[in-house]
Write a protein that binds this ligand. Structure first.
Ligand code: ADP
Ligand code: ADP
Length: 225
């Protein structure tokens, strides 16, 4: 079963094509990486799935439904950003609670879910910290907690480890892999780091010049003749 399906999706900015006509199916529960150099169209695909960029042609199905007919909050999408995108004046608890509050959940439900999400990312006890009092790795864990707290069925990550040093990247890579395994959620992961994509993914979608150059399992792409 497909969680996400691109049917002839293309995106142009004026005369310039960011994404050529693309067909792509992401299976339910799959970890798919979009790998490629800067400007190859990775973020365009992610932002089209997220509904932040409207395709010039074609359509996107989420769980079989045309995404443009589903209100944003009902799409079941969660996003993790390279720069964390935390609210600096809010503490960790309130950052993670934010998506639950805008969905109007009750206080007890919010407290339970926030506790669960923080526990999953190893940040129990950090509720009252501000983002600026935390390391980059910890801030991204908050970003991940805020994403998983409302149990999205699809998680989108845009270079989530891009701002971290090598040691933290390796560590968080392991945590993301484990999280995906535990949650079983469909995950689309943008990176220009080949090692990262090969380590994490069920399938890698290799992008070049606004096209899918190759798509397959890490073994199919890199280890077969
Ligand atoms: P990647 O994520 O692989 O770095 P992008 O999807 O961001 O690539 O970009 C693909 C192409 O689309 C690039 O040539 C980029 O310059 C262009 N592009 C992206 N966003 C815009 C925009 N808002 N306006 C004009 N061109 C854009
Ligand atoms: P209100 O809903 O009236 O704003 P709350 O009692 O829900 O009041 O929360 C007050 C503040 O206490 C919150 O903004 C949050 O920073 C913090 N807070 C609430 N619940 C918890 C919790 N379980 N753990 C840590 N901090 C919490």
């Amino acid at each position: 079963k497909d969680a996400i399906s691109f049917e002839g999706v293309a995106k142009a900015y004026g005369d310039s094509t960011a994404l050529h006509t693309t067909n792509l199916a992401v299976r339910e529960g799959e970890f798919l990486s979009l790998l490629g150099p800067s400007g190859s169209g990775k973020s365009t695909i992610l932002n089209i799935i997220a509904g932040a960029v409207a395709p010039t042609s074609g359509r996107v199905l989420l769980d079989g439904k045309d995404v443009s007919t589903v209100p944003p909050r009902e799409r079941g999408l969660g996003m993790v950003f390279q720069n964390y995108a935390l609210l600096p004046h809010l503490n960790v608890f309130d950052n993670v609670a934010f998506p639950l509050r805008i969905r109007g959940l009750g206080k007890d439900e919010i407290a339970t879910r926030v506790r669960g999400a923080l526990e999953r990312v190893g940040l129990t006890g950090y509720e009252r910290r501000r983002p600026r009092e935390m390391s980059g790795g910890q801030q991204q864990r908050v970003g991940i907690a805020r994403c998983i707290v409302y149990s999205p069925s699809v998680i989108l990550m845009d270079e989530p480890l891009g701002a971290l040093d090598k040691k933290l990247r390796d560590q968080l890579q392991g945590e993301i892999k484990r999280l995906h395994k535990d949650l079983g959620t469909t995950l689309v992961y943008v990176t220009h780091d080949q090692e990262e994509a090969l380590n994490l993914s069920d399938r890698v979608c290799l992008m070049n010049g606004g096209r899918i150059a190759q798509i397959g399992t890490p073994d199919e792409l890199y280890f077969e003749p």
